[in-house]
Structure formats: C-alpha cells, structure tokens
Design a protein around this ligand. Structure first.
Ligand code: URA
Ligand code: CA
Length: 433
C-alpha cells in the first residue's frame, strides 16, 4: 500500500477500507507516514467527509494506536461522560459523585485544562492534599469501594490522536466533523468506558456555533460509539452563555458542592440531572429517565451525593472537610464588583469572552506549562434574561491583584444589555440516540 494512492482515493471521494485506514493511522503514529502526507489526507477528509464505516475504522485504529485501559475488574457498567468544551462547565465535578452515590461506577481518567479554566483535575486539586497520582490497582480498588475515583491521563492514550490533533491545528483541518468525532470518541473508548453520555454544546462559547452542526457532530459520535459496541447517547445543550455562575477552579468546586446539595444554579442543576439520568439508565440502575431523575433528586436532598463527594476526596488524600467548610478552599485576596453602566435586560453574555477574562486573572493555562491560580475567577451575578439596574453588579471578580482594568473591560465587552425583556435561553435542545 502507498499513502499517496490512499490520499488520491479519498480526494476523489471513494470509501477507504478498514485495512487502508489502519495502514494510515499506524504508519502516521510510527512516523513512517510523514506530516505532509497526513496533512494532505486530513484536507481530503475535510472536503470529502467519511462514511459511517470509515469513521468507525478510523476511531478503532486510533484506539489501537496506544494503551487501552482495562476496567473489567470493576463491577458494573462503567459509564463515562464527555462535554465538548464550554466555559465554566462544572458538570463533571457534580456528576461523578452524584451518579456514584446511586451505585454507578465512575472510573474517570481526566486531564489538565488548557485555556479558560483548568480541567477537572486542576479544579479538584484546589482541595488541599487531593491527588490523582494513584496506581491502576488503587484506582480499581477505589472504584469498587466508593464507586468513584479519578486518575491522571495515561501518557500513551491514543498517541495517533495527539499527533493528528496537533497537525490539524496548524493545517486548518480541526473543524471536520468526522475528525472531531473520531478524536473525542477514541479517547473515551481507549479509557475503558462501556457506555458514554455526550454533552454536545452549541452557541457562542462552543465548538459548534449552530444547532445543526451540533446535531450532526452528536449523531456522528453516537453512531461511532454504537458502531464499536459501546452504548452511546447525546444531548445538545446551550453554551451561548457560561454555565452556572462560577468560572474559576476553586469557585467551581464551591459551586459543585452547592449543586450536590440541590442548591446549585438552575442551569447547572438541570443539566446535571439530565446528563446524570442518562448515565444511570445506561448503567442499568434505573429503567427509565424519570425513575433515574427521582433517584438523583433524592440523593441531593438526603445528603448521600455530598457524602460520596467527601469519601472520594478523602480516599485520594484530599481534605474532605472543605465540603462542609468551603471557606477552606483557596480564596483570592481581592473581590472587585463590575457594576452595570445602565439599566436593562441582559441579552447576551459571550461565554468565550468571559473565559478569556478568567484566563487573564490566571485561572487558565495559556500554554501547557503555565501555572494556574486556583483561587481566582469570576462569579456571574446576572445571566441572560435577568433585569439589572444601573450600578448593580454584573460580575464579581476574584483576583490576586487589586486593580484589573483590562479584565473589567473584557467583562463589559462580554455583556450586552437591551431595553426589551428577553426570555431565558433554552438549556437542552434535544437528545440524540
Ligand atoms: N476535541 C478533541 O478532543 N478533538 C477534536 O478534534 C476537537 C475537540
Ligand atoms: Ca460554572
């Protein structure tokens, strides 16, 4: 087989075989196929797309390019969740202990964040002592014991995807639905999930700016998951404004604690119940979504969800007393209010711009090696649809510095106020099976 022939075949719109796709991915991973040929191939895929079969073969080949985590020692159906980006997305922090407390095994492999705020691990590390450097044996033991554990990402998970994603980034081939879908799904599948719930975001703060694209991406990922024998469902949710109130690591941990008590922001609460219900059903702990939702509401109210979070933190070295005393979390020395310049209804909060403001405060990483400040971030006091009086605070900034004029300007540029009343945006658009 010659790579040049396969590039031509794809360029001309023909379907590649399983063997051909495996040849491409293993050759690229080993370095036998150079970047320039893989770039040309990615561009051919960008224009010609891939059939349902090709997408499954591509995903499988990427899974096989590195380690595959074996979770068979863990009892029950392991369900993983993935959100496609977003700003201030605290759902994982809430969902993991929430569904664990009704017996769903959560064996989560997670990474550090790049961009807006940290990843799930960074957020959890705002709890004193908490760490994810545990052995595979310990990881499996903890999931069997507490139904929940988080381990750092294996260095050799889907190396084909790592290399390809970096190449796509510099060859204008990131926003190809088959390439995005196979990239995301290969990582979930290699991490050992039996079943997967996807939260595909749409809106200004998301990869997929419009609903039709989000639906297509969701359907593509669902078909890949089911095509490789992992039960997969997706929902499409709104990212036209940040989720919840908190954007920042420790601030989001505090918000997750509130949500586990049933006292979280309305949108975050609802999204967690929706995603959580799907996870519970896929794990076969409830017969349908209504039953699953009742179970989750119950553990929020009777304290079991919070207990599960405490047990999880303590088992991985964390100071679980932060759950009852959130003031023990890292706290920024300065809080600065951003007052509305005029009265009106909040018509828009550009999620991406709020994310950039959090970055400027030091909540996120600009590069892989940046050190993040776990205490800083922003709290949104007003969300889309809310009425605000001139002088009322739109946002509270939590900062390590007393004066942050550029951050304040950023926040003003994210908010658009209007005289006419505006409905709250739809949170969950649809489900994809
Ligand atoms: N996220 C991924 O992991 N891969 C993509 O291709 C796009 C977003
Ligand atoms: Ca949030």
């Amino acid at each position: 087989m010659r790579m040049v022939d396969l590039i031509e075949k794809k360029r001309n719109g023909f379907q590649l075989t399983k063997e051909e796709i495996q040849f491409i991915i293993s050759g690229f991973t080993s370095g036998d196929i150079p970047d320039y040929q893989m770039s040309a191939f990615s561009m051919a895929v960008f224009f010609q797309g891939m059939t349902k079969e090709e997408r499954v073969y591509l995903t499988e080949a990427m899974v096989q390019s590195g380690d595959q985590i074996d979770l068979s020692e863990i009892k029950g159906i392991k369900v993983d969740k993935h959100s496609t980006g977003g700003v201030g997305d605290t759902t994982t922090l809430v969902l993991a202990p929430l569904v664990a407390s009704v017996g769903v095994p959560v064996a989560k492999m997670s990474g550090r964040g790049l961009g807006h705020t940290g990843g799930t691990i960074d957020k959890l590390e705002s709890v004193e002592g908490f760490h994810v450097e545990i052995s595979n044996e310990e990881f499996i033991r903890l999931v069997n014991q507490n139904h929940i554990a988080v381990i750092g990402q294996s260095a050799n998970l889907t190396p084909a995807d790592k290399k390809l994603y970096a190449l796509r980034d510099v060859t204008a081939t990131v926003d190809s639905i088959p390439l995005i879908a196979s990239s995301i799904m290969s990582k979930k599948i290699a991490a050992g999930a039996d079943a997967i719930v996807l939260d595909v975001k749409t809106g200004s703060g998301a990869f997929m700016k419009n609903l039709d694209d989000a639906k297509e991406l969701a359907q593509t990922m669902v078909d890949i998951g089911n095509g490789v024998g992992r039960k997969t469902k997706a929902i499409i949710s709104d990212m036209s404004q940040p989720l919840g109130f908190a954007v920042g690591n420790a601030l989001e941990v505090k918000e997750a604690i509130d949500t586990l008590k049933g006292q979280g922001p309305e949108d975050l609460h609802e999204l967690c119940l929706t995603l959580g219900s799907h996870m519970v059903v896929l794990a076969e702990k409830a017969a349908n979504n209504e039953e699953a939702r009742k179970m989750l509401e119950e553990v929020m109210h009777n304290g079991k969800a919070l207990e599960s979070f405490k047990a999880f933190l303590a088992a991985q070295g964390g100071d679980s007393s932060v759950v009852d005393n959130p003031e023990k979390l890292p706290t920024a020395p300065f809080t600065i209010e951003v007052p509305a310049k005029a009265s009106g209804y909040v018509a828009e909060i550009t999620a991406e711009v709020i994310g950039v403001a959090a970055m400027m405060l030091g909540a996120g990483r600009a590069t892989k090696d940046s050190v993040i400040d776990l205490a800083v971030g922003v709290m949104l006091n007003k969300k889309v649809g809310d009425y605000v009086q001139a002088g009322e605070s739109l946002v509270t900034i939590h900062s390590s510095q007393e004066n942050v004029p550029e951050v304040i300007e950023k926040i003003y540029s994210a908010y658009r106020l209007d005289d006419t009343e505006i409905a709250k945006p739809t949170l969950i658009y649809t489900e994809i099976h």
